[in-house]
Ligand binder design. Structure first.
Ligand code: AP5
Length: 213
């Protein structure tokens, strides 16, 4: 099974992606995670991407398209694309890449969440440096301040989770990413999901839709 997860920042792409890879034994291609790793390792891509990410802007299409094409060429099982495509140009390039690698997409899952909820989720989000576990300062605080419950690593705020940057990321989603919903609508594989429910309820809904499609 090959899936695309679309949604605004904070809509739960990472959260639902984790459930999906476990249930369906998939590989995750998260462009945000790949970029953050590149930034942390100070690679050439990371050095270029950093300023865009810190400003809440999209990294240029040609960089993203090449990263994803390389990943698609090295896969050994079904996959989830989390955070890609994010523009019409990326969606078109993905079509070309999939054809080149003999792959198709089975479902495009769109998580819908209101802007106010996104801001609340992301301003309060804290992430473990080591294992990536997510916390929230009010809805899911760590047992010990600043320390991860899972691995004891330090938990921090992502550099793009400041309120001004979050609002810019949401605006970018509305202007540049939302049009891809129409791009996929005609394909008959689009599933619009209410992302404002409890995470396990959302996952049950997604799984039901995938299994009855
Ligand atoms: P990326 O890392 O993809 O970030 P994003 O899209 O902004 O999404 P987030 O990771 O913030 O949120 P999410 O939807 O995964 O939600 P999560 O599950 O974590 O991209 C970062 C940057 O990289 C971009 O801004 C851009 O610069 C660049 N980039 C990446 N891909 C690119 C591309 N293709 N082209 C160009 N540039 C690109 O959940 C969020 C929080 O909410 C968590 O705390 C979680 O616990 C909580 N939560 C989740 N679900 C629920 C729920 N149901 N109820 C309550 N809380 C919930």
């Amino acid at each position: 099974m090959n899936l695309i997860l679309v949604g605004p920042p904070g809509s739960g792409k990472g959260t639902q992606g984790t459930f999906l890879i476990e249930r369906y034994d998939l590989e995750r291609i998260s462009t945000g995670d790949l970029l953050r790793k590149a930034v942390a390792e100070r690679t050439a891509v990371g050095m270029k991407a950093r300023a865009y990410m810190d400003n809440g802007e999209l990294v240029p299409d040609h960089i993203m398209v090449e990263i994803v094409d390389q990943k698609l060429g090295a896969l050994h099982k079904g996959f989830i694309l989390d955070g890609f495509p994010r523009t019409i140009e990326q969606a078109r390039a993905l079509d070309r890449s999939l054809t080149k690698h003999g792959q198709t997409i089975d479902a495009v899952i769109v998580l819908a969440v209101n802007d106010g909820v996104l801001v609340h989720r992301l301003t309060g989000r804290r992430v473990c440096d080591q294992c990536g576990e997510n916390f929230h300062i009010t809805t899911k605080p760590p047992r010990e301040d600043g320390k991860c419950d899972q691995c004891g690593g330090d938990i921090r705020q992502r550099s793009d989770d400041k309120e001004g940057v979050i609002r810019d990321r949401i605006t970018v989603y509305h202007h540049q990413t939302k049009p891809i919903i129409d791009f996929y609508r005609a394909s008959g594989i689009l599933h619009l999901i209410d992302g404002e429910r409890a995470a396990n309820e959302i996952f049950s809904d997604i799984a039901r839709k995938l299994e009855t499609a």
